[in-house]
Design a protein around this ligand. Structure first.
Ligand code: SF4
Length: 272
């Protein structure tokens, strides 16, 4: 079935059912579109949720969503351990574009459970503890943010790390039963920096201080010249493919196993 017919069919369905084949065809189509066209096409597909971490990539996407008025929800995860600069950028972005960014926070009992078991900063002590913290502070809120979404939009870019080198423009996330779309997958850092500058996109001041990738404050450091973009994330861990677990698809990370503590998929060979 041609892609436009599939989209038309799905638009009248109360709960579109996408899959790997649809995702592959959509990826081919998106590759032919400029960024504004991509966002409008995504918004036309169904209930789309864009998760932003307020990093450069996500800020560019937010600016495009605002400019095109594409109908996407914009959400962010406030882990409770973010940099003050990141928190300030939420309000600054809302003010600049006249938009609302929904903030999802971890449940207090989940965080209390982690702290009781490992200590507030126990994530430094073991990969298991770090995964448990990311689960409580990131994955659980993400699950709520995506609860009724049909489409998950991210700012993943292939050049961010070797781990993300094969990220497609669109893929089927079988674990979450979602169409996951990465509209910036094929964009370069330089292209996005130029676009942000030209469009006066508000960016996190930490980028200019050596933080190309910004996560939670205790788990992010500035990188040194020549280091990979994400070298400052969980720098004390040895696994070069480390991710936090938000992006678990085969195209982005390594193997998975069930977490006995939470019954949720967790990254075993990686950490986000
Ligand atoms: S990045 Fe660090 S502080 Fe943030 S949720 Fe993961 S382990 Fe916890």
């Amino acid at each position: 079935m041609p892609l436009h017919q599939a989209i038309a069919r799905d638009q009248v369905s109360p709960r579109p059912v996408y899959g790997p084949e649809f995702a592959a065809r959509l990826a081919d189509e998106l590759a032919q579109l400029p960024l504004p066209g991509r966002m409008l096409r995504i918004a036309a597909l169904g209930h789309a949720v864009f998760t932003t971490s307020l990093g450069l990539e996500d800020q560019v996407l937010t600016s495009v969503i605002a400019a095109t008025q594409a109908d996407l929800r914009i959400v962010t995860l406030d882990t409770g351990r973010l940099f003050a600069e990141t928190l300030a950028l939420i309000e600054a972005t809302e003010a600049q574009y006249g938009i609302s960014i929904e903030v999802f926070k971890p449940w207090k009992d989940e965080v209390d459970g982690f702290v009781a078991l490992y200590g507030m900063n126990g994530f430094y002590d073991s990969v298991e503890a770090r995964h448990a913290c990311c689960h409580a502070r990131k994955l659980q809120p993400l699950g709520r943010a995506l609860a009724d979404a049909e489409i998950w939009v991210t700012g993943l870019r292939r050049g961010q790390s070797g781990n993300r080198a094969n990220a497609p423009l669109a893929e089927w996330d079988a674990d979450r039963c979602l169409l996951k779309i990465n509209p910036l997958a094929d964009q370069s850092l330089e292209t996005l920096q130029a676009r942000a500058k030209a469009d006066d996109v508000p960016v996190n001041p930490l980028h200019a201080r050596g933080f190309p990738s910004i996560g939670c404050e205790p788990c992010t450091r500035a990188i040194k010249p020549g280091e990979p973009e994400r070298a400052g994330r969980w720098w004390w861990e040895q696994d070069e493919r480390r991710e936090c677990g938000l992006h678990l698809s085969a195209s982005v990370s390594g193997s998975r196993a069930q977490s006995p503590a939470h019954g949720q998929p967790k990254v075993t060979a990686t950490a986000s």
